[in-house]
Design a protein around this ligand. Sequence first.
Ligand code: SF4
Length: 518
Amino acid sequence: MTIWERMAECVAALPEPFGRQDVLRWFTIHHPEVNTVSVSTHLQFATSNASPESRGAFSNRTPLVTRVGRGEYVRFRASGDEPFPAVVVVEPVHTPPADQLVTIPESVDIALVGCGRTKRSAPSPAADLYTSSGFRKRRAVAEDAAESWYILSADHGLVAPDEWIAPYDVALDSTDSDYRSAWGRWAVTRLVHKAGLLRGRAVMVLAPAPYADAIQPHLRAAGADVHEPLSGLRQGEQGAWLTAEVERRGITLAPRVPESSSPSPVAGVPTRQAVAEALLTFRQSNEKLHASRLGYAETAEADELLKADPFAFLLGVLLDEGIPAERAWEGPYKLKTRLGHLDPWLVRHQREEVRAAVAERPTIHRYVEIMADAIVRAAELVCSKYNGDASRLWAPGSMADEVDRRFRAFHKIGVKKAAMAVELLVSHFDVDLADLSGTNVAYDVHVRRVFLRTGLVDVDDLGIVTAAARALHPTRPGLLDLPTWLIGRGWCHASNPNCAACPLTQACAKLTSRNVRA
Ligand code: SF4
């Protein structure tokens, strides 16, 4: 008799509605040779309103059950059959007897732990940020059962336990289905990035339903052998299961990190906070140098134009790609000299003239066609949306993250250049933007290399680098941009980094074998 046939026998025998626990108990009594993971998996395969992905190879079979509530089922009825019985069942939460507990393999390759709502108020390693007893129990089971474990975060997708993150206020159950769907894909992508391919590896999900439901189709699609011991259990039952599992394994919960404690560097061991402090000290010592001029263009005239003409600044941001920064920031001045003006109302109609000016030797940019096109498109957008005045992009009082979004609406300005532009406006042009927590480091090759080698991050990933910056300086992450960029350019070269002379030498972990992704 197949497991499917036994499942049919089970659902025919149980009074409706029945819970997942009832199904597991029935199998324990009648077919103890079938393990609980197989029962859970077949229950999912047999559920009419599970997604086709979740129903796997059984999606063509007539289902056996319909889910009518969290972990609650009735027998499947084809349309026209008798209606579902009214389901109004209020049951007290019970702790399943030890011999009926949902069991999991003693060890799995990876455990994924859902984050918790209660958090410390200061940036912390992710493992210490969440303080609820539910999270600490999930963490304890994960640490005991899995070779490696990660945290599912509504805001960050997926983070390693030692990654620093700042407190946030996002819970997956308060997001819409589009977000949850994208979130699930994102979290699994990050997991593969950190832990490698998942095919054939046992992954245990210890997370509330919104997290588990969003991630499990993508885990299965990636070939993981997924175990969900909390699936179908009500909140109180999940707590009871975790308590029993912690006791059964004889493990103790990690202590809560007191609110007042700050990371205390062990003598001689660099910490991420120490690196951040060294970066800010370096920034301060260079403040004068960079306050007196923009500090990027080759000539003082070009710098003056960048300060005086907002459209020139916008074009400088746009051109800063694939060529040395000094040459890029010189571009608007050269363009103005060659065109005889830098008026966006005229530029938008001068496609040929702009192309010729960019192509004139020495060329303004190595990508003549692409950048000439981007300049004309920028002029069009400035005229149509900002009435020809580029400074309206960063009108005083605008939120920093909104200005970031406005920059990204321009062709050839992505996440990296937008972050750089916002930070430059605040630090060099004294533009009065609101909520500077919306600034960030630019995901530039120099910044990425320094973040990796100092140990600020372990993975070269846009989301991880920017989250690390937010965690280290939540009120203004962008402050870390300039010093990091300067150190990357000046000392932390791709090959032969000059650690001895580097301003970060005391604080840096000097992981010099690390390099950025191509
Ligand atoms: S040059 Fe050396 S000390 Fe400086 S950031 Fe790079 S690895 Fe660290």
